[in-house]
Design a protein around this ligand. Structure first.
Ligand code: PMP
Length: 350
């Protein structure tokens, strides 16, 4: 604390991102990045932007990328909002679409940025316990609220909620915005974007950081009714009119234009997720069913913290959360077959 700090900063409890190690030769399975690189066409598109046009500001509306995303999901560009990573999209959602004075509902085991945004904007967050099997029960979201946000699949559990249950939640909250954070949906889930034309209170956020291997480019987007998108644009233009730079706009667009690469990466991750799940079960882990690019698993006898520390000594990083109910769990990102083999061998030595 310093005398120069605003009182607002004194109160902040910031998000702590997973470790991004400085050394390269680690098996990094801690922050749910895609083990396969971005499409070569993405790299080519970014290289194509490296010229004197960088002196000019990018398109503040990202029109061409919004059109591409709209075509991909069969919506209109007026239903698409772009942000610098979905974290920024979510920040604008918390500011612009949740009602103050009423609690915003989210699962108690979920993405830890949600309570951080509540703190930043002085919104009351109300964690709703997940069930004994770590599932989201739609019945629990039928209570007065200022908005709802659910990741689907949930993080860090990987558990997935079918679209029928999401419709239940949308129908029981017609006057509140329901946000489905689909950071991990491409690894086996169905997107709720299919529902946006039927539910004006639905907003779906997605990222290019996971299935499209572009965590380093920082591109996220949201799809919903044009009225919701207009609110997000007002917030954006009160904060940073140019959230996506020229390289990000071009790279993101190329990513949507290479469906073959996208499908190949998703199928590779899904196949390895199934193989790793079986291997972990063989090593006495209980593994929650996952539709994400990670698994959430606990050993039947050994402590989660000890296993994470033991793996770290071998140069393998997984995520361990020191939080109630999940201290014994490890969240393990699905790596390449070689990385997953290294993890399995590492576990065998502990
Ligand atoms: N939502 C969830 C559930 C996540 O796990 C993440 C990644 N940590 C994000 C959103 C944000 O992703 P990004 O800002 O890279 O788009």
């Amino acid at each position: 604390m310093s005398k120069f700090w605003s009182p607002l900063v004194n109160d902040l409890v910031p998000y702590v991102p997973g470790e991004q190690p400085k050394v390269a030769n680690l098996v990094k399975l801690n922050t749910n990045e895609n083990p396969y690189g971005p499409s070569p066409k993405v790299l080519e598109a970014i290289r194509g932007e490296l010229d004197e046009s960088l002196r000019l500001y990018p398109d503040p509306e990202g029109e061409s990328l919004r059109q591409t995303i709209a075509d991909y999901y069969q919506v209109t560009p007026e239903q698409v909002f772009l942000g610098n990573g979905s974290d920024e999209v979510l920040a604008h959602i918390f500011y612009g679409l949740f009602q103050h004075g009423e609690p915003v509902l989210f699962p108690d085991i979920t993405y830890s940025f949600y309570p951080v945004y509540c703190g930043l904007y002085k919104i009351e967050g109300q964690p709703v316990p997940v069930t004994d099997s770590f599932e989201i029960d739609p019945e629990d979201y039928k209570q007065p609220n200022g908005g709802i946000i659910l990741p689907n699949p949930n993080a860090p559990t990987g558990r997935y909620l079918g679209l029928g249950h999401i419709e239940d939640i949308l129908k029981s909250n017609p006057d509140r915005v329901v946000v489905i954070d689909e950071a991990y949906v491409d690894f086996g889930g169905d997107t709720a974007i299919a529902l946006v034309d039927r539910y004006p209170n639905l907003l779906v956020s997605q990222t290019l950081s996971k299935a499209r291997s572009l965590a380093g480019l920082r591109v996220g987007f949201a799809v919903g009714h044009p009225d919701l998108i207009e609110a997000l644009n007002r917030v954006k233009n009160s904060f940073n009119s140019y959230p996506l730079d020229r390289l990000a706009l071009a790279g993101a667009q190329a990513a949507f234009e290479d469906e073959e690469w996208f499908q190949k990466c998703c199928h590779g991750v899904i196949a390895e997720r199934e193989r790793l799940t079986a291997a972990l079960e063989g090593l006495s882990f209980e593994v929650l069913p996952s539709k994400a690019n990670f698994v959430f698993a606990r050993h039947t006898t050994k402590s989660g913290a000890d296993i994470a520390a033991g793996l770290r000594e071998q140069g393998i990083i997984v995520r361990h959360f020191n939080k109630p109910r999940i201290q014994e769990f490890l969240r393990i990102t699905i790596g390449t077959p070689e990385q997953n083999d290294a993890l399995i061998s590492g576990l065998q030595t502990l």
